[in-house]
Design a binder for this molecule. Structure first.
Ligand SMILES: N[C@@H](CCC(=O)N[C@@H](CS)C(=O)NCC(=O)O)C(=O)O
Length: 205
């Protein structure tokens, strides 16, 4: 019998979008429970770790966004074909998550002086390091996908990161990353993903 998935996250993309992209790419049915911030204080205590997202699989609750994404990728055959491919994807996704956390810290920093310092570090060190590594991975793989010859959760994490960096004030200039630009076009044009992107709720980030 097919598993029953209920996915709980705020009505934003944030840390919660990669699992939604995985459901879309795999064409698997799920309940997309989008929680309003005003309802959160009443819901917090019912979640496994007092945070979102969490995933229910046949009634069992699991927290942690990256663990959820990796589980769904394995479940849907989007985790890479070999263990070595899985390792390559994990390394790349880890880099993306680190960059995402730096971008979030910088974006929400209230102290202007500190924010300028964080922005400098982000633009001069953190972003070139991460995207240099990703651009190299894309250059070394002729399929256009990040790893292997088919879509994986690494590709979905990458389009989501790119989207977030644009939403946070065009933090990335795609002109500097030609392989990344081609990758984004290729992944976003795939039928399931393009349909999802057209119809997903519009949120600021
Ligand atoms: N490591 C966790 C972090 C979860 C997390 O901090 N979630 C935030 C939203 S992105 C949250 O629930 N904030 C509300 C709160 O902590 O009360 C994950 O990746 O899922």
């Amino acid at each position: 019998m097919a598993k029953k998935f209920v996915y709980h996250y705020f009505n934003i993309k944030g840390r919660g979008e990669i699992p939604r992209l995985l459901f879309a790419a795999a064409g698997v049915e799920y309940t997309d429970d989008r929680i309003e911030f005003s309802d959160w204080p009443n819901i917090k205590g019912t979640t496994p770790l007092g945070a979102l997202p969490y995933l229910e699989v046949d009634g069992q609750k699991f927290p942690e966004s990256v663990a959820i994404a990796r589980y769904l990728a394995n479940e849907f055959g989007l985790a890479g074909k070999s263990n070595l491919d899985k390792l390559k994807i994990d390394v790349l996704v880890d880099q993306m998550i680190l960059l995402r956390e730096s971008a979030v810290t910088m974006h929400f920093e209230k102290d202007e002086t500190k924010k300028v310092e964080l922005m400098k570090k982000f633009k001069e060190e953190q972003l070139p390091k991460c995207f240099g590594y990703i651009e190299k991975a894309l250059s070394e793989n002729s399929s256009g996908f990040l790893v292997g010859d088919q879509l994986t959760w690494g590709d979905l994490a990458l389009i989501d990161l790119d989207d977030m960096l644009h939403n946070f004030g065009n933090l990335i200039n795609l002109d500097n990353f030609p392989k990344l630009t081609a990758h984004k076009k290729q992944i976003e044009a795939s039928p399931q993903i393009s349909t999802y992107l057209k119809h997903r709720p519009v949120t600021s980030h």
